[in-house]
Design a protein around this ligand. Structure first.
Ligand code: NAP
Length: 280
């Protein structure tokens, strides 16, 4: 049987790490896109030891830096003919508004636009691999509004939760757009809510948000449980007909009404293309 080649972001912690471990045990060739090479090396060794799979590689990729994403794609293109699974998992929530060196608000860049650029540049390899693109979204998208006039939170008062919710809403638009645009070329795409998972997520929060998170931790599911939905989408059979959909607990779920707004979805796609145009 041919080996499945999987590229994953955010595999140095939480849901991504447990997903990588499960896929390594299933024999995937894994390319871990990491922003911290020391932490990446530790993760890689841990995955190799636990899975006995040596087919695991590290590529430096900081999703908050568009040049770094382009360089990572260059490395992948020089090493791979095709990719079968792309898991856009890395993400975060930030207490204060921060701006990346490319001028994008951090939540928007890391959770959404960085993955948009990555997927866009990898598309030739994804088409060759008849790939699945999995976008780790969140039920927090239900609080999200697409504020197209102020995507970078320059005028609106920045709220960590609102910025995060908007970015996770954009993961769902993105998923549907990939399904519509690249479905005819054999690429499918899925979004999911992994559950409320006890990981490093939210470590950067402060004040009452941090306290609520701390209080909720004992009730959260483990990272291993949170990874199950991602692993299902990466490996499950007969799910291609559900391309473009939003999943929870291994089943299709209705996202918010806003997440099904096709005009907003198309607008986001056009605006994202404009934003990355100088970078491609
Ligand atoms: N935990 C939950 O309850 C929950 C619920 C719904 C959705 N999600 C989503 O699940 C995904 C995984 O989150 P998690 O809970 O596993 O959180 P986590 O433990 O904090 O892991 C986040 C991962 O993203 C990586 N990352 C962050 N910023 C990055 C950047 N600029 N460039 C490259 N990688 C970066 C981190 O790398 P480092 O190790 O270097 O920090 C880490 O590997 C996220 O998209 C999150 O929004 C989580």
């Amino acid at each position: 049987m041919p080996i499945t080649t999987t590229v994953i972001t955010g595999a140095t912690s939480g849901i991504g790490k447990e997903t990588a471990l499960a896929l390594a045990k299933k024999g995937h060739a894994l390319y871990l896109l990491v922003r911290d090479m020391d932490k990446g090396e530790e993760t890689k060794q841990e995955l190799i030891n636990l899975s006995k799979n040596n087919n695991i590689y590290l590529v430096f990729c900081d999703l908050a830096d568009m040049d770094s994403i382009r360089n990572a794609v260059g490395i992948l293109k020089s090493s791979l003919f095709s990719i079968n699974v792309l898991i856009n998992n890395a993400g975060g929530i930030f207490a204060q508004r921060q701006v990346t060196r490319d001028g994008f608000e951090m939540t928007f860049a890391v959770n959404y636009l960085g993955h948009f650029l990555l997927t866009h540049l990898l598309m030739p390899l994804l088409e060759k691999g008849q790939a699945r693109v999995i976008n780790v979204s969140s039920d927090a998208h239900r609080m999200g509004k697409a504020q197209f006039k102020d995507l970078q939170w320059e005028t609106a008062t920045y709220s960590p939760l609102k910025a995060y919710a908007m970015a996770k809403l954009f993961n769902i638009y993105f998923t549907r757009s990939i399904a519509v645009k690249y479905g005819p070329k054999g690429v499918t795409s899925f979004a999911l809510h992994p559950g409320v998972v006890n990981t490093n997520f939210g470590e950067g929060l402060s004040g009452s948000s941090r306290m609520w998170l701390w209080l909720a931790r004992p009730f959260m599911i483990t990272a291993e449980q949170g990874a199950q939905g991602v692993v299902y989408l990466a490996t499950g059979s007969r799910i291609d007909a559900k391309s473009g959909k939003y999943f929870k607990d291994g089943k299709v779920h209705s996202p918010s009404a806003r997440a099904t707004d096709d005009d907003a979805r198309k607008k986001l796609w056009e605006m994202s293309l404009e934003m990355i145009e100088p970078l491609v």
